[in-house]
Structures are given as structure tokens and as C-alpha cells.
Ligand binder design. Structure first.
Ligand SMILES: Cc1ncc(COP(=O)(O)O)c(C=O)c1O
Length: 340
């Protein structure tokens, strides 16, 4: 079996997680009657100090629903130019919300109050109405880097003072919380909505949650139905998500440690020009010869290591629940062999 570091989404549910799924009491969630799903939504909302939550099949759907709920057609979403909501959600902002996007140039995916303030449109009919700011933490394309929470708090204060909605794409928020030793309830209330993914570092087979007020989540539930995201006995998945929240958060630190070790190996490889600072479970490195991405990945794959191309000259590796110390040793050897 190759070592698969393409993403933290490739993990298999553990035996204990499967047992929790098997035993979960179920109902019809479109009637809001699935006890396991209701329990997960309540647990997640409470954890982050929000009133309510909505379970969706994917992080793309929770992000897209949030954008839809926060904007009117023709209004503008402000986000960093590396954002997942812009790059990797199939143009969904335009398709689902008929909204415009203002891309900001941040630092590896992280923006500041000044970036936002400089890009809010004046109240003039020529311009789209700036209505939503969306942050991503950790930032995937920025190499899994974390926001300084003081910056986020300042952004939240600013958005509130300017009547801008604030959404967080927290697909890997737990990685950021563990890396910065921060409690969910400290930062949760700063956002109008938060999307968290259960199927990435947390290891559940599917599912994301959108957190917000009762009123926001009521609107979000309607949009989810329109998008076809209302599932029936989804408590089966919710039980996996609950298990993940209870058992797989603190262990993320292990993924971060292994990612840092990979990063330090890569910095010593002759064919690597640069490694983005490793803060969590994502390792992005740039080759000395940018045109060699495909050939390098094929060489690594032939040795038993899977990766993804990640933009000009770059390759990404992501550590996860199914990547252990023995595999780390093996991966280190493959990297040294293929990149020197
Ligand atoms: C930062 C970020 N946001 C959102 C998503 C979307 O999640 P999903 O694949 O569940 O749609 C991803 C997926 O990798 C992601 O990395």
C-alpha cells in the first residue's frame, strides 16, 4: 500500500468510530428528527459558543450556504486571493449567490483589518455593496498556516462596526486551535458563521457543520434543502462526527509534529528550493526546477508516496490519522531518495 499524503481526507474510519456509527439511534433529519444528528449539531454549537448548527455533506456546501445567507445578488465577498471558497469551489460564489468577489493580497492566505478597510467599496451605485468578509484558518494554500488570533479579533471588531458579515472557513480550524493552544469558545463568538469539517484531520468519513445564530441556521437549512443537501438517516455520519470531536482533536498535535519532521527533512534536500513554514499538518514545498513537479511526483509515487501538485513548482503533503511513525520513517527515506 502506498503512503497517501495527498490530503487528510483520505483517512478510513477507525473500528471504534464504526462501532459508534453502528450503534447510533437514527431518524429522518429532514424532519429534524435524527437524535444523533441533533446531538452533534448541539454539541458543536455549544463548543464554539454559537446558538445553532447545521450538518452538511461537505465543507464546500457549508461555505457556499454561508455565502448565500450573508449576501444578496450583486453584493461583494472579500477574501484572500488564496481562499478555498474562491479557488476550489467551482465558481460557487457566482453560481449559488450571484455575488462578486474582491480578492485581497494577504500573507500566505491571511488578511488584516487594513487589507479589508482598503477594499470596502464606497456607498456609490457604481460599486458592488461590500457585505461579507471570509477568512480561512488554517489556510490550505498558505501551507496550513494559522492566523494570529489578535488579528482575527481586530477583524471581527471592524466587521461588526462596518455591518459586514464575517464567515470563517474552518475546514481545519481544529488544527489551528490545537497549534495555538486556543479554546473553541474563545474565538467562536467572533464570527457570524463558522464552517468546520469533520472529514479532514478529525477523520470522519464525511460531513461538515455550519455554526451560527438560530435565525441564520434557519435560513441556512432552507438553502441546504434547495441544494439537495438534506439527508435522511444522516445520524450514521453524525455519530462518526461526534466520535471524532470527542476523540480526535487533541491527537492533531501528532500530525503537526510529523509534518514538522517532514518539513525539516525537505529543507535539507538539494532539489527543494523552499519549504513553506510548517505550522500544522500541511507541508508545501517548492522545487529547484519548477517544471519537474510531475516527474518528481511520479518518482515519489513509484517509491510508494502519494502527493498532490500545488501550483507553480509546488507539491503538497498532508499528515493525518492514518499516517504513523513507521510511515514517517519510510516517507523520509523516499523524500531523501527522490529529492537529492
Ligand atoms: C480550506 C478548505 N475549505 C473547504 C474545503 C471543502 O471541503 P469539502 O472537500 O468537504 O467540500 C476544503 C477541502 O479540502 C478546504 O481545504
Amino acid at each position: 500500500m502506498p503512503i497517501d499524503l495527498r490530503s487528510d481526507t483520505v483517512t478510513q474510519p477507525t473500528a471504534a468510530m464504526k462501532a459508534a456509527m453502528w450503534e447510533a439511534p437514527l431518524g429522518d433529519d429532514v424532519f429534524e428528527e435524527d437524535p444523533s444528528l441533533n446531538a452533534l449539531e448541539q454539541k458543536a454549537a455549544k463548543l464554539f459558543g454559537h446558538e445553532s448548527a447545521l450538518f452538511c455533506p461537505s465543507g464546500t456546501m457549508t461555505n457556499q450556504i454561508a455565502i448565500r445567507v450573508h449576501t444578496q445578488p450583486g453584493q461583494e465577498v472579500l477574501c484572500d486571493e488564496l481562499s478555498h471558497i474562491y479557488h476550489y469551489e467551482g465558481g460557487g460564489i457566482a453560481v449559488n449567490s450571484l455575488a462578486s468577489v474582491r480578492l485581497l493580497k494577504g500573507d500566505r492566505g491571511r488578511i488584516t483589518v487594513d487589507d479589508i478597510a482598503a477594499n470596502i467599496n464606497p456607498d456609490d451605485i457604481h460599486f458592488p455593496v461590500s457585505s461579507l468578509v471570509s477568512l480561512e484558518n488554517t489556510c490550505n494554500k498558505g501551507g496550513g498556516c494559522c492566523y494570529d488570533w489578535k488579528t482575527v479579533e481586530a477583524i471581527a471588531d471592524f466587521c461588526r462596526s462596518r455591518q459586514l458579515g464575517l464567515h470563517l472557513d474552518g475546514a481545519r480550524l481544529f488544527n489551528a486551535l490545537v497549534a495555538t493552544d486556543t479554546a473553541p469558545a474563545t474565538v467562536g463568538p467572533w464570527f457570524d458563521t463558522i464552517s468546520i469539517c469533520l472529514s479532514k484531520g478529525l477523520g470522519a468519513p464525511a460531513g461538515s457543520l455550519l455554526l451560527g445564530t438560530h435565525a441564520t441556521i434557519k435560513k441556512a437549512r432552507r438553502v441546504r434543502k434547495v441544494l439537495g443537501g438534506g439527508m435522511r438517516q444522516a445520524g450514521l455520519l453524525a455519530a462518526a462526527g461526534s466520535y471524532a470531536l470527542d476523540h480526535h482533536v487533541h491527537r492533531l498535535a501528532e500530525d503537526h509534529d510529523r509534518a514538522k519532521q517532514l518539513g525539516s527533512t525537505l529543507t535539507r534536500c538539494a532539489l527543494v528550493r523552499k519549504v513553506l513554514p510548517v505550522e500544522t499538518n500541511i507541508v508545501v514545498f517548492e522545487l529547484t526546477h519548477p517544471a519537474e513537479v510531475d516527474a518528481t511526483r511520479q518518482r515519489m509515487e513509484a517509491e510508494g508516496l502519494r502527493s498532490v501538485p500545488f501550483g507553480a513548482g509546488k507539491i503538497r503533503l498532508v499528515t493525518h490519522l492514518d499516517f504513523n511513525d513507521d510511515q514517517l520513517t519510510e516517507t523520509t527515506a523516499i523524500l531523501k531518495k527522490c529529492l537529492n
